[in-house]
Write a protein of this length. Sequence first.
Length: 621
Amino acid sequence: MVHRGPDDKGVFACDSAVIGMQRLSIIDVLGGHQPLSNEDETVWVVCNGEIYNYLELQKELKALGHRFRCSSDTEVLAHLYEERGERLVEKLRGMFGFAIWDRLRRRLVVGRDRLGIKPLYYCQTPRQFLFASEIKSLLVHPAVARRVDPAALNDYLAWGYVPAPRTLFQGIHKLPPGHLLIAENGNVRVKRYWELPVNGFESHTEEEWAEALREKLTETVRSHLISDVPLGAFLSGGLDSSSIVGLMAKLMERPVKSFSIGFGEEVYNELPYAKVVAEAFGTEHHEIMVRPDVFELLPKLIWHLDEPIADSAFITTFLVSEFARKSVTVILSGVGGDELFGGYRRYLGSEIAQYYDRLPRIVRQKLIPAVVNRLPVDRNSNLRNYFRLARAFVSSSHLTPESSYLRYLAVFNPEGRSSLYSHDFREELNRSAAPCLLEQHLSSLPSTDLKSLMMLLDLKTQLPDDLLALSDKMSMAASLECRVPFLDHEFVEFAARVPSELKVRGFEMKYLFKKAMKPLLPESILNRPKRGFGAPFGAWLRGELRPLALEILSERNVRQRGFFEWPAVQSAIDLHFAEREDHTDHLLALINFELWCRIYIDGNGLGAKLDPASVMTERKA
């Protein structure tokens, strides 16, 4: 994990425990060497991330008699644990994955931040409990097996990522967001320490809500600017990143360092929008137009991800992170704004359903499905997403609103997975009898309106296990710390009090957020069409990545791996190449899974440093 922390490393070891750290030095660069301890060295701690309110906590603890050796935010955790034990997390404002070793009680306390910004994985062997910020570190241990978890593979193909607490490795788990893990006296228990309050909607005028939102986000961004090293911001020219940059410009004495990426394909190139924002706020703007060698890049990025994610944003995020790291060590991102304030087109499904259900049955059951199924394949990213959602809407119109929403989220829908799976894998999956985690989440959510339910589900699942996972892994692959002000827990709790009808008003997404940002942002940014942060993977598959797809998803490889039926894979490839159907997401999921298998399941031997660039030829050999 040297890429996560190239500046420093340290280890504490005693008869019962070993904790270590690869440190990216952000606060107290010279004095913050980890692991850190309390005064008498009975409590030791390592922490990945940042505690944004550490100065306030440090002041409180000093008043109680605690003595500090350095100015690092991590040392606060040791003293706070002395005062509050497990309840220390209730006082923390930040993004973190930490481990505390209590020498007197021979007790390990591991914690993950409330929204899942920082990752934390763990597993148990017959004699030991192991944990790390990346799965690849656990795999070094000779007692940790490399086996595919069937239920997790089913999750991955359904949603494009593996929801917590599963991972794609059997026996290795994610610590869910907002949870603690306590290992003591040979027992391991996992407990929740935070839950997003819901159904606490408040009644204010739109103007009052907009002003309060603007003030709270300003305060949140201010708290995220604490750093002893150069700091900047990703700028896509979208509403969320532009808002972060605009507020940074108001709060910082020096020009904001902003970073943007563009592709040759016009529909994926957002550089003109980013330039508008950069000029409006006088940022020190850096932009790059890329034509990456994806053939060489993909194995490297899958290695860094630990688990495959079927979201081409991981490519974009790595490239812009690598570019930004030449100038800064900390970056602020706009991730999270869509989930909090209704920024996804799929949130409009309930609005459309009100009108759709009024149509004559023959129109709904015959005419519209026939039209939707004949929609052309379009390389325009916006139209492609609209067409995909249209098909999902029509195919699920007979389902409950909750089940219909799961269809919108699906990469492979249930019918698609059924035709994809081989007989042997289907049997193995049936034997596992593992429940669908998203359905479990959905059934456990408190009763509320449908829009709030959809946003809450996304906040608990796709956000931490897809968007935040790739943001963390791809930025840290470039040794860059990525901060996400929208997901400060106090701001998230504020957003939860806003009624959903102010978040999505009719067919206008992010209604209140736009109103709040109107005094700050240029009109052209407020009202621009929404685009994702992905790469033109579908076009690449028909072009320079065609040989890669044909080699990785060859009949020989598919049959040898044993999970999938070759005719189903062949059909997706042929239809996509012929531009008769868009199978970008399906092929990305399958290609990433096969690359992951080559790197992590086939591997180069336990404990060996994997060479991602070699995986293209290994399987042939």
